[in-house]
Design a protein around this ligand. Structure first.
Ligand code: ACO
Length: 433
């Protein structure tokens, strides 16, 4: 990364030289950090679509070319050959782990996989129909109460233990909230199982009936988690970074990330895709007619699982998951009418000039929901799966903020458009509305 050019900005009566920051992949950012001090102006960028909030060495995306790389490694290679845990270590530490480091971290994950019994009791306080994302964010935040050292994090080993705790326990919490919603006994983790198998065991085993997953299902979960592990400055990661910038601890920052992820326009879209497909299927809605509704802005309907703020050609994660969906459904010999519907909907949309002109393509959520549904993961757990996958990315971003000793608290400006100064009116003198 270096700084070789500058851009001139002319305001009222002065010309300002704004330095240009070059990224390692030729990203170019205009450094406006002195703009307000020198001119009195701020920039205004609705939805931050043109605003670089930080310099980051974690994930690279080229939305035009459909490129996604974690620490330089193409997502296709990691999804094909890697495991979720080595991907997690790659994101957090910047390099693929050595065999020793991987083994050590796996042991740490096993050692930290149980929840404190006090946390298990918290589950009893939630109603059975509580949304698992609400439960997850509350549980992650509550975890800080049991590990006071989390507020210090002065050395690498405390950080690594906290990271392992989070990556390991988020899976235990997710499965526990599922079991709770079914009224089934909570299953404790099995230290003999690897990360993804252990999660499936806690989700689907019963005390009198162990669940033995098909290896293709384990692979599909591994792939879904890898593909969701990071995605540079999306809404939830930016939230984690913003919270972290105030000096908040890792658990509190990641709990905030869960809340941001919950929304329908972000992680909640994977639920919304299945709900949309079920709605079309159940009501036998003609696809072309549905697309017409989506195109009509007054309908307020969007084609869920389509479009992306950054990918304007294709989402490489969707390509990989489309292939996985085919494999899992063929292997399990499942003929899911929703998958057929999804395929036809994709065809109709991709031929339509509305979607072509706006560069709207299927995103990762379009296919991840189909796979999870096939595996038997309930729809309201889909976004939780996303959160389990995204945890390493949030941790890596939290670490990047924490390690940057020159970093400042995130505190955007605004252009105020409210009332100008006016005087207080006593209640009896206020005009009725
Ligand atoms: N269906 C219909 N029209 C759409 C869609 C969609 N899914 N997505 C975008 N558009 C239209 C917009 O209405 C807008 O049209 P206009 O130019 O005529 O006003 C144009 O395409 C550009 O859309 P923006 O809203 O500016 O795109 P933005 O980058 O702000 O939003 C987003 C991206 C939120 C993902 C959007 O495409 C969307 O709502 N998609 C559906 C929800 C979804 O699938 N989210 C998952 C995202 S991936 C993830 O979080 C892992």
């Amino acid at each position: 990364m270096n700084q070789t050019q500058s851009i001139q900005l002319r305001t009222d009566n002065q010309t300002l030289d704004l330095p240009v920051i070059l990224g390692t992949e030729d990203d170019r950012g205009i450094d406006i950090s002195k703009l307000r001090a020198q001119t009195g102006y701020v920039t205004l960028d609705d939805g931050f679509a043109n605003t670089g909030a930080c310099k980051s060495a974690i994930t690279y995306i080229d939305g035009e070319k459909g490129i996604l790389r974690y620490r330089g490694y193409p997502i296709e290679q990691l999804a094909e050959r890697g495991t979720f845990i080595e991907t997690a270590l790659l994101l957090i530490y910047g390099e693929l782990p050595t065999a020793d480091h991987l083994e050590r971290f796996r042991e740490l994950l096993t050692a930290k996989e149980l929840l404190h019994e006090g946390l298990y009791k918290l589950f009893d306080g939630f109603p059975p129909n509580a949304h698992p994302m609400a439960v997850l964010s509350a549980m992650i935040n509550a975890t800080s109460c049991y590990y006071p050292e989390i507020t210090q994090m002065e050395d690498e080993s405390t950080f690594e233990i906290a990271a392992a705790r989070l990556i390991s326990k988020v899976r235990t919490m997710a499965a526990a909230s599922h079991k709770k919603s079914l009224g089934q006994p909570l299953m404790y983790p099995d230290p003999g199982l690897r990360y993804c198998q252990n999660f499936l065991h806690m989700m689907f085993s019963l005390p009198n009936k162990p669940y033995e997953p098909d290896p293709d299902i384990v692979n599909a979960i591994n792939r879904i988690l890898i593909l969701h592990a990071d995605h540079e400055q999306n809404c939830s990661t930016s939230t984690v970074r913003m919270v972290a910038s105030s000096g908040a601890n890792l658990f509190a920052s990641c709990a905030a990330g869960v809340c941001a992820l919950w929304g329908r326009l972000h992680g909640g879209a994977n639920m919304a895709v299945i709900e949309m497909l079920e709605h079309i299927h159940k009501n036998k809605i003609d696809l072309k007619q549905y697309i017409e509704q989506v195109k009509d802005k007054s309908s307020g309907i969007r084609l869920m699982g389509f479009g992306h703020r950054v990918y304007k050609n294709f989402d490489p994660r969707a390509r990989i998951l489309k292939d996985s969906a085919d494999k899992v459904l063929t292997k399990l010999n499942i003929n899911d009418p929703l998958l057929d519907l999804a395929r036809r909907l994709e065809e109709v949309a991709l031929e339509d000039s509305y979607f072509k002109d706006r560069n709207l393509y299927p995103n990762v959520d379009f296919y991840s929901g189909i796979i999870m549904r096939t595996i038997g993961i309930p729809v309201n757990m889909f976004t939780v799966m996303f959160a389990i996958g995204r945890m390493p990315g949030w941790i890596a971003n939290w670490k990047e903020v924490h390690d940057d000793t020159t970093g400042r608290i995130s505190r955007p400006r605004q252009v105020y458009v409210g009332p100008t100064k006016r005087d207080y009116v006593p209640v009896e003198q206020r005009a009725a509305k």
